[in-house]
Design a protein around this ligand. Structure first.
Ligand SMILES: [Zn+2]
Ligand SMILES: [Zn+2]
Length: 267
């Protein structure tokens, strides 16, 4: 079994298209790539229903779409028999856990991805840049401290691109992944192996093999994602993701249904 559990519902030009017919091209590419099931995970900050959570202009400027048509688009595709799941990629905001829970709770998600894109107004992959403001070692420390808090919030089912802080190829001199892996293991949340990093300056899969091995040692479950922002990227370079998973000993991946995970043999 192979799934792609991280993608954004867009048309072929990469523009927002929260319409059930926009689902078809993603399913088509998934079939071509040998992906059995896909899950849509639009950014939560695009939806006006989440506006109360955001302070960064990158998020507040985008917060203009209604969440209902997005949810309906995916549910209708599923009713037509397409192998799709309903998810959302949610930026973790430390200290706003209760608000996040009540805003997300009313919808029939199959799973929620937790992401750390911003920390105290600084951008991990956006401006103003975290590593420039804090320095590399402190920036890395803060990133993984926030990721651990995201895991322990228990708001999410999987942590997307879990070492996103390396996106620009600026790396801490050395880093011990064991404490963050321990926090993730305690929380029960999965981690995502993402091929998106291959298309970024760092040119690597997320997460680093040492991080993934530390998760494997602690029986942390995994999901797989391309982070496609257009259909053509679905399942892209999944051979490499599979190789990475196998190299540290993973034999199963996690499938979600109504926020309940189960393990299936990695295909
Ligand atoms: Zn992301
Ligand atoms: Zn994404």
């Amino acid at each position: 079994m192979i799934v792609d559990y991280h993608m954004h519902l867009r048309n072929g030009r990469g523009e927002i298209a929260h319409d059930t017919w926009a689902v078809e091209p993603f399913v088509e590419i998934a079939r071509q790539e040998g992906v059995d099931e896909i899950g849509f995970t639009e950014h939560a900050y695009y939806f006006e229903q989440t506006r109360a959570l955001w302070t960064h202009p990158y998020q507040t400027e985008r917060c203009v779409y209604d969440l209902e048509p997005y949810v309906e688009a995916v549910l209708q595709a599923r009713e037509r028999g397409l192998p799709v799941k309903l998810g959302l990629e949610v930026d973790y905001v430390q200290g706003r856990e209760h608000e996040m829970h009540s805003l997300l709770e009313p919808y029939p998600w199959d799973y929620l991805l937790g992401s750390v894109h911003f920390i105290d107004g600084l951008g991990v992959d956006g401006e103003p840049r975290l590593l420039e403001a804090l320095g590399v070692d402190e920036g890395w420390r803060r990133y993984f401290e926030t990721l651990a808090a995201a895991a322990q919030s228990r708001l999410f089912d999987s942590l997307s691109h879990p070492d996103l802080v390396k996106i620009f190829g600026v790396l801490a001199a050395s880093f011990d992944y064991n404490p963050v892996a321990e926090a993730i293991a305690e929380s029960g949340v999965a981690v995502e192996v993402s091929t998106a990093g291959l298309r970024k300056p760092v040119g690597e899969l997320y997460p680093h093999p040492d991080f993934l091995a530390a998760c494997r040692e602690r029986n942390v479950p995994v999901t797989l994602g391309s982070d496609a922002h257009k259909p053509v990227l679905v399942g892209r370079e999944f051979d490499r993701a599979r190789d990475l998973l196998r190299s540290v000993g993973y034999e199963t991946i996690t499938l979600f249904d109504g926020r309940r995970g189960r393990q299936e043999q990695l295909g």
